[in-house]
Design a protein around this ligand. Structure first.
Ligand SMILES: Nc1ncnc2c1ncn2[C@@H]1O[C@H](COP(=O)(O)OP(=O)(O)O)[C@@H](O)[C@H]1O
Ligand SMILES: [Mg+2]
Length: 257
């Protein structure tokens, strides 16, 4: 069973950036191979990782539903082939993109093939990092597999923290089997206020740490340079690595008797 870390949070808070830094951390610590799953319908984890994507699992599902299966090929083999085409391989990690959620109509057959494929696939990797949208539709629909850590990213605002607490609630209700949820406050300019800390405490979410606003992240992003190539001594990378060190090791200790 892989060790799965899923990222969640409202749009623009820094989930994809954090997913990229987490993959950088795991590679740097030889915790490989990693399967990176882009489960945000506005997919851009590939940019942070510096990879080109050819196809998505959503397209494979769509083609199968429309019946665009070449003659002489079974649906299973067609789906398997499309899914393999959607994998992108890199040094230490592979990326797969979920793509658009399903449209109207019945996708049961395609979804059950997809779920089967995902379950087989994740078992080839000791680590899975999943970049999600706030609704977490893909986690609940496409894998029955548990999430060891749900890392909820927030900006420092009151509304950001409220959104993070709601996501934590949703994760509990969706019953996606989260081992432990943590919150990370990203793009901080100053330490969080006592009021913010109190709000998080009351919501029952553990604050794993904060990541400063960092001009280097912004500059890399703006110049189309992959975040994963950021220098390790930059403030945001240092802060993020400190958090990952704490939470990945923490839960490892908790997992082994
Ligand atoms: N700590 C940070 N400092 C500066 N800019 C950041 C930081 N974290 C993220 N950003 C920038 O904020 C924007 C949104 O980040 P992104 O990771 O795409 O958010 P999300 O995936 O949650 O929508 C991007 O332009 C990213 O480069
Ligand atoms: Mg994103």
């Amino acid at each position: 069973m892989p060790y799965t870390i899923a990222l969640a949070g409202k749009g623009g808070c820094g989930k994809t950036t954090m997913a990229g830094l987490l993959i950088k951390y795991l590679v740097a610590n030889n915790k490989t191979p990693i399967l990176a799953v882009d489960a945000d319908c506005n997919a851009n984890l590939n940019e942070v990782l510096g990879l080109e994507v050819r196809d998505t699992l959503g397209n494979a599902r769509e083609d199968m539903k429309k019946g665009v299966v070449p003659g002489g090929m079974t649906k299973d083999i067609f789906m398997e082939m499309k899914l393999e085409e959607a994998m992108v391989e890199a040094e230490g990690f592979d990326l797969i993109v979920m793509g658009q959620p399903e449209g109207a109509g019945c996708y049961c057959a395609a979804n059950s093939l997809l779920t089967g494929f995902m379950e087989k696939l994740v078992n080839n990797y000791p680590y899975v990092v999943m970049d999600n949208e706030a609704g977490m539709e893909h986690i609940s629909r496409l894998t029955t597999h548990n999430v060891d850590i749900l890392l909820i990213v927030s900006d420092p605002s009151r509304r950001g923290i409220q959104a993070a607490l709601r996501i934590d609630d949703l994760a509990r209700k969706l019953n996606i089997g989260v081992g432990k949820s943590y919150m990370v406050i990203n793009q901080v300019k100053e330490p969080p206020s006592e009021m913010a800390l109190e709000m998080i405490r009351k919501g029952g979410l553990e604050l794993a740490g904060t990541v400063p606003e960092d001009r280097t992240i912004y500059e890399f992003d703006f110049n189309g340079r992959p975040t994963i190539e950021m220098p390790e001594d930059s403030a945001s990378v240092q802060a993020a690595f400190g958090i990952f060190n704490k939470i990945v090791d923490d839960s490892r200790k908790a997992a082994s008797p």
